[in-house]
Write a new protein. Structure first.
Length: 662
């Protein structure tokens, strides 16, 4: 199997993976489960006495004691307990004669009332828009990393790509020959230094919390090395960049569909479930399209690239994402400087300007379904406080760091320590929105040096022999910029895959050198087939994890009922508990509270309290604080006022943390 065939296979796989690796849900959306419930109302049983204008007859309908079930979607993070909000939609037009009614035909209108449970318990006339059930019992457990099914699917794709590369290397007729190009060694050494602080993280739970992040880095480094060895990176550059452009166009179409069909309020986020993540992906697509338009000799590709540039720049403006703005602007500026002598540059800039100005016009004039202008003042204020608090944490242990996996807990504690009357508090923060600051805060100088070395390795690759230099830098800038403004690789493993792909394209592949040949069959068998087995293990781990996640979703959708009734049996049904270890642990202990409501067994509260206090040493969760405070009130715990004050200082606006009378 030659390198060109490998490139073709990768092209097909990436075209499937990058645009479609996620399902798009609204943050906090409840996705109904099961089949559609149909209600057929017969209208033949009314008499002639009702046959006059304004006559009304009632037809009740119900589910016969059953209930709707739904799974909550909150990929951006945990949503604290709160009410469920309802809205209604109908394919029928509203009546011209009767307000609040729908028109069936010229003779009949229908008024539909729906039962709202919770703390409302009455029929409410439709249509409904953001109607609350006033029941604050339920929240949503979201997050990042492997808690998101699209990231599990992306890692399945990474495992398949790795196996494909390894199989290509194995089937070469020559010996096992390779030599890593410039920059690779610095990236590997930097990865080692960045990973080392995991070994001296002071708490076991912190170490476990950070372990997936470290393993993910080495998975991406491993894929990068395999791509260098198995493919002719420069030969497939144009084809791969076209795949990136087409993937971005698919995301633009997805976002447009969401806006036009009003599947969510506010700005769209495509299949990435976060608007800034979509924006940085589109900015990467714009950068790739600009390169193709400037340097591709094929007219058809330039046409596609030109359309993608216009649509991409328009979409980025409509998204109103500062991460997307900055990434795209930097990429365009660097590419423009690099191609200043290119006779297509002026046309390129005109296309980008037209798309950008059209986007600004749509937003400024609030045209039709375009999202309204977003106020960034609150976001800016929160980011500035986030940076200030992170610098305070760095100052505590600037050399050794505070410990890998510690940021979420220590950030919450620092917010509580800095509390002043009148503070509005902050939402739960799990990341400082800057990879350099996170590395320094948790891993100290060692982790920071490792990250700097990896960056140096990237530059050495770009400016090495046959490197793309400024053009390659421009392609990497959108995601690199986003990594220093948020944490896109945690929210989207597809961004990690895209980053590795672009970096592999920015320079030569692994050159074969006679002095680096290894013709030992034993070495080839151990190294290559070992890699295949490792990749296959990763694939199996992710697939079983996906099954486990769906099963856990079902348990959560049923109100933790399986955990409440038989914890051991429910836990055994989760075939891969490692992939969502913390989430399973969280759900099982929340089920203890529900079991207490049924049995009133005090040892259940004792178990929850012991777990909750340990959980808060690693996490910063208002729901756990609220449960602990309720238990302390019930048991008259001597430190109940201290726990309540801790929570109040973190979330002063939360009514659950009113400590009066404790």
């Amino acid at each position: 199997m030659n390198k060109n065939r490998v490139i073709n296979i990768l092209s097909v796989v990436l075209f499937i993976v990058l645009p479609h690796v996620a399902m798009a849900y609204v943050e906090g959306e409840l996705i109904p489960q099961g089949t559609l419930h149909e209600y057929n109302i017969k209208m033949e049983s009314f008499n002639s006495g009702q046959n006059y204008t304004g006559a009304r007859f009632d037809k009740p309908w119900a589910m016969g004691g059953e209930y709707y079930s739904a799974i909550a979607q909150c990929p951006k993070g945990n949503i604290p307990n709160g009410p469920i909000w309802y809205y209604t939609s109908s394919t029928m037009n509203t009546s011209d004669q009767n307000p609040g009614a729908y028109k069936i035909n010229d003779y009949f209108d229908v008024i539909i009332d729906v039962w709202i449970d919770g703390n409302v318990d009455q029929y409410i006339p439709t249509p409904l828009t953001n109607f609350s059930n006033l029941d604050n019992r339920f929240g949503c457990h979201g997050g990042s990393g492997l808690e998101l099914p699209q990231n599990i699917l992306a890692w399945c794709a990474i495992a398949l790509l790795a196996m494909g590369c390894l199989c290509c290397i194995i089937h070469r007729r020559s010996g096992f020959t390779y030599s890593l190009p410039p920059g690779s060694l610095l990236i590997i050494i930097g990865g080692v230094l960045w990973s080392l602080p995991l070994l001296w993280s002071p708490k076991h739970d912190w170490m476990w919390n950070a372990l997936p992040r470290v393993m993910a880095l080495w998975g991406l480094i491993g894929l990068y090395v395999l791509l260098l060895i198995a493919t002719s990176c420069r030969a497939g550059r144009q084809r791969m960049l076209l795949i990136v452009v087409l993937a971005a166009v698919v995301q633009m179409g997805d976002a447009a569909w969401q806006i036009i069909h009003a599947t969510q309020s506010g700005r769209p986020w495509g299949s990435f479930q976060q608007v800034n993540v979509l924006a940085s992906f589109l900015a990467s697509g714009v950068a790739a399209a600009m390169w193709l338009y400037l340097f591709s000799p094929r007219g058809g590709i330039r046409v596609i690239a030109g359309i993608a540039m216009a649509l991409g720049s328009l979409c980025i403006v409509v998204l109103q994402s500062r991460a997307g703005y900055l990434g795209a602007l930097l990429a365009v500026a660097v590419l423009s400087y690099h191609a200043k002598a290119n006779n297509r540059l002026l046309t390129t800039l005109v296309i980008l300007a037209v798309g950008t100005l059209l986007g600004y016009w749509l937003v400024a004039n609030n045209i039709a379904f375009i999202p309204a202008l977003v106020d960034k003042e609150g976001s800016t204020r929160a980011r500035m406080r986030m940076l200030k608090t992170t610098w305070q944490l760095i100052a505590h242990h600037p050399v050794l760091g505070n410990g890998y996996g510690s940021f979420e807990a220590l950030f919450g504690q620092q917010i509580a320590d800095d509390y002043q009357p009148g503070d509005i508090g902050m939402e739960v923060v799990t990341h400082p929105h800057n990879e350099l600051l996170l590395a320094w805060c948790e891993g100290g100088v060692c982790a920071l040096a490792g990250l700097v070395l990896m960056i140096a390795g990237v530059f050495q690759r770009l400016w090495g022999r046959k490197g793309m230099r400024l053009a390659g830098m421009a392609l990497l800038l959108p995601i690199a910029t986003h990594m220093n403004l948020e944490y896109p690789l945690y929210l989207s493993a597809s961004h990690g895959l895209l980053l590795v792909l672009l970096l592999s394209l920015c320079g030569p592949g692994s050159p074969a050198k006679e002095q680096w040949q290894y013709r030992s069959p034993e070495l080839k068998f151990i190294s290559l087939w070992g890699g295949v087995i490792l990749s296959l293990g990763l694939l199996v781990f992710m697939l079983t994890g996906l099954v486990t996640q769906q099963r856990l979703n079902d348990i959560e959708n049923r109100g933790f009922y399986p955990f409440v009734m038989n914890d051991a049996v429910a836990a055994e049904s989760l075939i891969n508990p490692l992939i969502v270890r913390d989430r399973i642990d969280f759900d099982r202990h929340m089920a203890l509270l529900l079991r207490f409501n049924m049995t009133h067994s005090m040892p259940l509260l004792t178990r929850f309290e012991r777990w909750g206090r340990a959980y808060l040493q690693t996490h910063n969760d208002p729901a756990v604080y609220a449960s602990l405070i309720a238990i302390d009130r019930m048991t008259y715990a001597p430190d109940r006022a201290r726990i309540c004050q801790q929570a109040h200082r973190r979330w002063p606006g939360d009514e659950r943390f009113n400590c009066t009378g404790l």
